[in-house]
Write a protein that binds this ligand. Structure first.
Ligand SMILES: *[C@@H]1O[C@H](CO)[C@@H](O)[C@H](O)[C@H]1NC(C)=O
Ligand SMILES: *[C@@H]1O[C@H](CO)[C@@H](O)[C@H](O)[C@H]1NC(C)=O
Ligand SMILES: *[C@@H]1O[C@H](CO)[C@@H](O)[C@H](O)[C@H]1NC(C)=O
Length: 341
């Protein structure tokens, strides 16, 4: 049996306590005067460099080493230009014959590729766009729970017309909700990933949810294109694709796909002892987009003019701002726009 078919019995007990990482919140860019000096994370020149404090471990479960195929479910109202931004990002993850300028999205994915499974195979180099399904009539309502998101996936893979394909070998599902959809724990989390239960969807399929936070909590989930009220005077950056909510989603989508790839059944790569509250490879680097990042400071970014800041180039001349990923070789967060590369 393919490992993705195996559901460990213990996971059933996780049903009620699905892993949830609290959304990272930017904190004011204060200097050492107000921060506790005994906090080594804050003292470190490279806040992300405190490898001694990060016990990221491999827990022997499967990793997405086969070619990854992303099947997208657009839940709610999704204007075509918004879809195009997200598709361009997803389509930039794999290397292409006409590669974008450095630093690129596919170079960002190389950090995720550093994670391996028991056989020493790396996370897949190839991440391709699979099927898409529009759920524009809100099949499960405008307020979703963590569990009803699995029913949204079930509807998409069992639809009478053009159901989404089921390929447990590297197939993953992205449920993207429009700004008017409420989701359980949204704003405490900006996205999450898990796997479907056979009792609901018929299969064990890794999936992620990410919501458009434009009207719900942009200062948290679309930071730094929106800033929270509690940091007065901080100016938001202009989004590189002109849409605060969707440009903000792109980084969260990158975060969730990186974690899906390295921890698809929540028993592979994570830090911490409690598998129901794992700290995963992107959680460790939230809010860090460039060299020196930490606190409310994003780190060194590229300047796109007109207030636009970004750190990655994608296909078709698109630009994106995506958080860094924990690099297990270096022992700190890294990305292709690092100044020391
Ligand atoms: C995986 O993707 C690569 C590049 O797109 C392709 O050459 C290869 O045949 C694929 N492998 C499988 C098993 O589909
Ligand atoms: C695979 O992962 C190992 C361990 O992190 C790393 O040394 C190697 O460079 C990776 N290979 C690729 C092709 O990324
Ligand atoms: C935050 O602090 C860093 C390092 O001291 C500085 O370079 C950066 O400009 C500051 N950012 C903001 C938004 O104040």
């Amino acid at each position: 049996m393919h490992p993705l078919h195996i559901v460990r019995y213990t996971f059933i007990s996780l049903l009620l306590i699905l892993p949830s990482t609290l959304a990272w919140r930017p904190w004011p860019n204060t200097t050492t005067t107000t921060t506790t000096t005994n906090d080594p994370l804050r003292e470190s020149k490279r806040y992300e460099g405190s490898s001694d404090l990060v016990h990221l471990r491999y827990h022997m479960g499967p990793v997405l080493t086969p070619n990854i195929t992303l099947h997208t479910i657009w839940y709610g109202l999704w204007p075509a230009p918004h879809k195009r931004i997200i598709r361009a990002f997803l389509g930039s993850l794999s290397p292409t014959s006409n590669p974008p300028h450095h630093p690129s999205v596919s170079a960002w994915w190389r950090t995720v590729r550093l994670y391996t499974d028991q056989t020493g195979s790396n996370v897949s180099r190839t991440v391709s766009l699979g099927g898409e399904k529009n759920d524009r009539f809100y099949s499960h309502g405008r307020s979703l729970t963590r569990l009803s998101i699995q029913s949204v996936i079930r509807s998409a893979i069992t639809a009478k017309t053009r159901p989404l394909p089921i390929n447990p070998e590297g197939g993953v599902y992205l449920v993207l909700t429009s700004a008017d959809v409420l989701v359980q724990d949204f704003c405490q989390v900006c996205g999450f990933h898990y796997f479907t239960f056979p009792s609901i969807a018929g299969y064990t399929l890794p999936y992620a949810w990410v919501g458009n936070s434009a009207t719900q909590c942009p200062g948290v989930c679309a930071y730094p294109f929106a800033v929270p009220d509690y940091i007065p005077g901080l100016k938001p950056y202009a989004p590189p694709n002109g849409d605060m909510g969707v440009d903000g989603m792109v980084s969260v989508i990158g975060h969730e796909i990186a974690e899906l790839a390295s921890n698809p059944l929540v028993n592979a790569w994570y830090a911490g002892e409690d598998p129901s509250f794992p700290t995963e490879i992107a959680d460790l680097c939230e809010g860090i987009y460039g060299t020196g990042g930490g606190g409310s400071y994003t780190g060194q970014l590229l300047d796109g003019g007109g207030g636009v800041k970004y750190n990655l180039n994608g296909v078709g001349g698109r630009r994106f701002l995506v958080q860094w990923i924990w690099n297990p070789v270096l022992g700190y967060c890294s990305g292709p726009n690092a100044l020391d590369q």
